[in-house]
Design a protein around this ligand. Structure first.
Ligand SMILES: Nc1nc2c(ncn2[C@@H]2O[C@H](COP(=O)(O)OP(=O)(O)OP(=O)(O)O)[C@@H](O)[C@H]2O)c(=O)[nH]1
Length: 280
């Protein structure tokens, strides 16, 4: 399979701007995609933020089965990482996240008080891959439409500070991705979930990879129900070809787009592409 690489100019610029702003930030909220919490962790974030407090936010919680929620929380907690599950579209899980952000930033004001300075608002930044739901989350945290949110990756182009309350200022950063996608398995999952730009990959390869991945996870029953063709015994590539011949007059590109859109819109049901490594 050809490698997936995507690092357009606006992302490189976003990363430079973000790094500049990080020194003014007290707390980092890293947003992950619930369907792929491991693949959507940015490999360089830890290095950028040093020992600033970090909260992990698993967004799109509505797109995975509820039974998995606590499994992910446990998995990250075992590594000493605080995790919050949210649905940015419906505004679920927002209050605990606000509280935790406030609490994580309090150390700054304790230090200021000890030097005889007045309290100031805690400064938090929301970072993550494109399209994971950062802007939708911010709008929920603010309680109004303060920043733009949209279905295509790469909507947020500029860094923007938003006042959430007297206590919290939030920085909305454009999606960042590593300059080199070293882990190609992760890159394919990001492409399937629409968390990197479409220019980076071949639609048919990625749709076939979705079928292969779900076969590996043994969660392909939905294909029999939705398309009336079982996956059993077929590779992703042959499945796509079979589906195309039955539905769209051999048009595999159109079939691939339809398959991926059905998955991305949640029309195939709650289908995670990753489970905690120690999931039983
Ligand atoms: N189902 C579901 N959709 C969500 C959720 N959060 C956000 N979305 C949708 O996902 C799409 C992307 O959301 P954005 O908030 O624009 O994502 P972003 O991370 O700011 O994207 P960039 O600006 O590209 O970095 C939008 O259509 C949102 O409505 C969620 O928790 N569940």
């Amino acid at each position: 399979m050809p490698t997936i690489q995507w690092y357009p100019g606006h992302i490189a610029k976003a990363e430079r701007e973000l790094k500049k702003q990080l020194k003014y930030v007290d707390v980092v909220l890293e947003v992950l995609d619930a369907r792929i919490p491991l693949a959507s962790q940015h490999p360089q974030v830890s290095q950028w933020i040093g020992n600033k407090p970090r909260l992990l936010v698993i967004n799109r919680q509505d797109m995975i089965p509820e039974a998995l929620h606590s499994q992910w929380v446990n998995y990250f907690q075992r590594q000493g990482i605080d995790v919050y599950l949210t649905d940015g579209q419906q505004g679920i899980g927002i209050k605990p996240l606000l509280k935790a952000t406030q609490k994580a930033g309090e150390a700054v004001n304790e230090k200021r008080r000890s030097r005889g300075m007045r309290d100031r608002a805690v400064r938090a930044v929301v970072i993550g891959f494109p399209n994971v739901g950062k802007s939708a989350l911010i709008n929920r945290l603010v309680g109004r439409k303060a920043v733009q949110s949209g279905r295509k990756a790469g909507i947020t182009r500029q860094l923007k500070w938003v006042r959430i309350s007297q206590q919290i200022d939030l920085l909305d950063a454009p999606g960042v991705i590593p300059p080199k996608l070293e882990d190609q398995k992760a890159a394919i999952k990001l492409a399937i979930c629409d968390d990197i730009g479409e220019a980076a990959y071949d639609l048919q390869n990625v749709a076939a990879a979705l079928v292969d991945l779900l076969s590996e996870l043994e969660t392909t029953e939905i294909f029999d129900q939705r398309y009336n063709i079982p996956v059993e015994g077929l590779s992703g590539e042959s499945y796509l070809a079979t589906l195309a011949s039955q539905r769209h007059n051999e048009d595999q590109e159109r079939t691939a787009r339809e398959l991926l859109n059905d998955f991305r819109k949640g029309l195939m049901g709650k289908l995670p592409l990753e489970y905690p490594p120690d999931y039983l």
